[in-house]
Structure formats: C-alpha cells, structure tokens
Design a protein around this ligand. Structure first.
Ligand SMILES: O=C(O)CCC(=O)C(=O)O
Ligand SMILES: [Fe+2]
Length: 357
C-alpha cells in the first residue's frame, strides 16, 4: 500500500511514485494524479513530418578548420534555435560509457530505500541537494507521475553521498556537459551576430549555475490520464538531456505536440528562458513535456546550464544598440527568477511572462 508519510516538519510529504507503483495490485491511478480529465480532448502528439524533422547538430564541426563548414554549422545552430528552440547534438565527444554510467548511477539513486532517500529531501527550492516526487507538491493541485533528484553541481559541486560512485561519475559527467554547453553557447552567440564570447562573458559562465536533474517515470496503469512533467519551458540557457533509451519527451512545435525520437549517444538540447531574454526574443525557449507509458520505467537526465546566480539577465546590449530594437524583457537576477520558477506550479511560460514587457 502507498501511504502519506509524515516528516519531521509539520508538512506531510507524498510517498514516491516509485513506491506507489511497486505496491501490489495497482490497477488504477489515485485520483490526485488525474492530470487529463478527458483523453479525447487531450492534444496527442505525433512524429514530426519528414520534411520538418528535429534539427541535428554535428558538434565536431564547431571545431572544423574549414571556414565554410564552420559557418554552416553556426547557421544551422541559429536556425535550430529560431525555428525549434531544440536540437539533437551528435559527435559531442562525451563517451557513451560515461553517459551510461551516469544514467545507471541515477537509477541506483532511485533504487535506494525510501529511508535512505529521505535524508536528501531538502526543504527549500534553493537547497543544493533535493529529491522528491512531482514538481512542487506543496503548490500543485494535481500530482505528477515523476520522482526527481536535483543537485547543484556548479560553481560549487554537491553530491549525495549514496549510491557508491555517484559523486565521482556525476562530477566527471557534469564537467563534460558544461564544456559542451559552453561551446554551443559560443556558436549561438555568433549566430546572433555577436562576438563568440559574448554570452560567456555577459552571463559570467566561469561561475555559471549548473544543476543535475534526474527524472524517474515508472510505468503507469493509466498513462493517458497522468503527466510526467507538464508543459513548461526551462530556466537558464541550455539544457542537455539524455535518457535510458526510452522515449517520452514531447515538444510544442508550430502549435503541435511532436515526439522526440533520440539517436543513441546524442544530447537532446533545448534553449531556456534566458536565451530568449538575452536574444530579445529572436530565439524562443521551447515548451516541452514528458509523458509516461504502462510498460517500462523511463529515466531522463537533464543538466541545466545557466548564468551565474548573481547575473541580472536582460536583452544583450549589443542587439539593442546595433539593431535599434526596444527591449522586450525586463532584467531580473537569475537567482530570483530561479526561485520564482521553482516555487510555483510548472505551467507553460508563466515565469517568463512575468518579465515580458
Ligand atoms: O524527462 C524529460 O524528457 C523532460 C524533463 C524536463 O523537461 C526537465 O527536467 O525539465
Ligand atoms: Fe524541462
């Protein structure tokens, strides 16, 4: 049986979705998880049309000594950001075995006992290590079919001390994904007509905020009624996502939901709200969601890369000055934005709407 478990604080915490699904004889979902009242009204997703497929970026070409090849990949990167806010990165140089060990370490974290995980529950949205269920169960009307672990890994590296090896593997993995993200941001800077180091400098990426988010979506007896993660855009600049080979990520593209079918050993990359702000809306953050299935546990691992927490992010001065545009977003300190986004229910681009002019 699943149950509410009391914690040392007066607030009651939900049992994990993993514990719920492992309770014997679960054939229907508890009503608190009914996200979709009428599946017929729900906008089902389809695969992208072949002529409009998800952009793929060959990362190795960013290092090309051939200037034509390099300028083409920068153009492709700009087009992917403008048309999709999303792209798949191949040939990124992070070994497949490291990606697999990282996904496995996250799986082993979720396999710890409920008692062991409780130590890492965290109380505040800015606690550096926090695991739990749903997104923010204290403010949500409907619970999500998802357990999570969130760990701040840069500028200061944190890690749960269990399971064995987690800390070493995540330190290496996060260092490597940060290098990939920074290089992509140099390309994105150039694609906006800015110096390649513009975003890096303006966002203070030497002390950029990086957070590891592991999502666990166990099988659900009624997957069409629940949601893993509801439609939202990410805070920050770029999120690099990988998964345990099981699909479930969907993007809102030209008003339609599209399934993401990832190539193995690729990173699924989406632009976050702060790329939209700094590009003054030239590049939009993409709305995405995660659906679940009734057969197999899906695990996704998102590494979010943002400015340093103290950076006030506003549209790039060079874009405003050079192109005579009016700024479309107010400046806000990234830390305040993060706190706002994490303390409210996750819903479309409601957080970004607060800074839109
Ligand atoms: O699980 C996924 O594919 C999406 C996860 C996600 O959107 C997030 O962690 O922000
Ligand atoms: Fe996301």
């Amino acid at each position: 049986m699943y149950k509410w478990t009391a914690t040392s604080t007066p607030q009651t915490k939900m049992a994990s979705i993993k514990a719920l699904t492992e309770s014997p004889g679960l054939t229907s979902i508890p009503s608190s998880y009914t996200f979709i009242q009428n599946p017929n009204d729900h906008q089902a997703a389809s695969d992208p049309e072949p002529e409009d497929s998800i952009p793929t970026i060959d990362f190795s070409l960013l290092n090309s000594s051939n200037p034509d090849e390099r300028s083409k990949v920068i153009r492709d990167l700009g087009k992917a950001c403008r048309d999709w806010g999303f792209f798949m990165v191949i040939n990124h140089g992070v070994e497949e075995s490291l990606m697999e060990r990282m996904v496995d370490a996250c799986k082993r974290f979720f396999d710890l006992t409920e008692e062991e995980k409780k130590v890492f529950e965290g109380k505040h949205v800015l606690d550096p290590i926090r695991c739990g269920t749903s997104f923010n169960a204290s403010v949500e009307k409907v619970l999500l079919w998802r357990d999570f672990l969130k760990v701040f890994v840069h500028p200061e590296f944190h890690s749960p001390n269990k399971p064995t090896g987690f800390s070493e593997i995540s330190q290496e993995y996060c260092k490597r994904t940060q290098e990939v993200a920074r290089k992509l941001l140099r390309g994105i800077s150039e694609s906006l007509g800015l110096e390649s180091s513009n975003i890096d400098k303006a966002m203070n990426l030497d002390s950029g905020f990086q957070v590891l988010i592991a999502n666990l979506y166990p099988p659900c007896p009624q997957p069409d009624l629940v949601m893993g993660i509801p439609p939202h855009s990410d805070h920050g600049l770029l999120t690099l996502l990988t998964q345990n080979g099981i699909g479930g990520l969907q993007l809102l593209h030209n008003g339609k939901w599209v399934n993401v079918n990832a190539l193995s050993n690729s990173f699924l990359v989406n632009t976050g709200d702060h790329v939209e702000i700094l590009s003054n809306g030239k590049y939009k953050s993409v709305v995405h969601r995660a659906v679940v299935n009734n057969k197999i546990t899906r695990l996704s691992l998102a590494i979010a890369h943002g400015p340093s927490l103290d950076t006030v992010v506003s549209p790039a001065k060079e874009l405003i000055d050079n192109e005579g545009e009016a700024p479309s977003y107010l400046g806000m300190k990234y830390k305040e934005y993060l706190e706002l986004q994490q303390s409210n229910p996750l819903h479309n681009k409601t957080c970004l709407d607060r800074v839109r002019i």
